[in-house]
Design a protein around this ligand. Structure first.
Ligand code: ADP
Ligand code: MG
Length: 165
């Protein structure tokens, strides 16, 4: 399968074998601003088409990081990005389309089916999914997994992994 999320990278094998996850970053941020900046700089790793799953408890910084990524992709300003916890999906941008999905309130496969995620994933877009673990088997590779961990006060550990086919 053609590699996605960062365009073509010479040297990456395309032999159809499973390579497992590659750890791109393992960092600690000390403020929301630092997480925003990290998100902006991460945009180059999640170029469309790309599925990005965000994992981490409430308040770990998934939405904050998403604001930075959306801004870095040039799809919207940080202040325009709000949590889709009630609407479930927000759409940003024109040429560089970004979908921001929050599955927190999703309870079962039927809920998931009504979201039309297949349509989103079939597009030339970056699809950022909070509570991405709820996608289950729908989470295809290649993709990027981001794990956020609350370390106390304003510290957040952020691990970014690329999963190839
Ligand atoms: P989630 O989407 O995972 O529930 P949010 O991004 O909505 O998390 O909320 C994170 C909260 O933590 C915000 O209130 C933010 O101001 C605060 N915060 C404190 N320190 C950080 C940090 N280093 N990175 C991100 N958010 C932080
Ligand atoms: Mg959130």
């Amino acid at each position: 399968m053609k590699y996605t999320c960062a365009g073509h990278r010479p040297g990456i094998p395309d032999a159809g074998i499973s390579l497992g996850p590659t750890r791109l970053f393992d960092i600690v941020t000390h403020s929301p601003e630092e997480t925003l900046e990290f998100g902006r700089n991460l945009a180059g790793e999640v170029l469309p088409p790309c599925l990005v799953l965000l994992h981490g408890e409430l308040g770990s910084g998934k939405t904050t990081l998403t604001k930075g990524i959306v801004a870095g992709l040039g799809a919207a300003g940080e202040e325009e990005v709000t949590s889709p916890s009630f609407t479930l999906v927000h759409e940003y941008g024109r040429e560089n389309k970004v979908y921001h999905v929050d599955l927190y309130r999703i309870e079962d496969a039927h809920d998931l089916a009504t979201l039309g995620l297949d349509d989103l994933l079939g597009q030339q877009a970056t699809v950022l999914v909070e509570w991405g673990e709820k996608l289950g088997d729908n989470a295809m590779a290649p993709r990027v997994d981001i794990h956020l961990e609350h370390m106390g006060n304003d510290e957040r550990r952020i691990i970014v992994e690329r999963l190839e086919t």
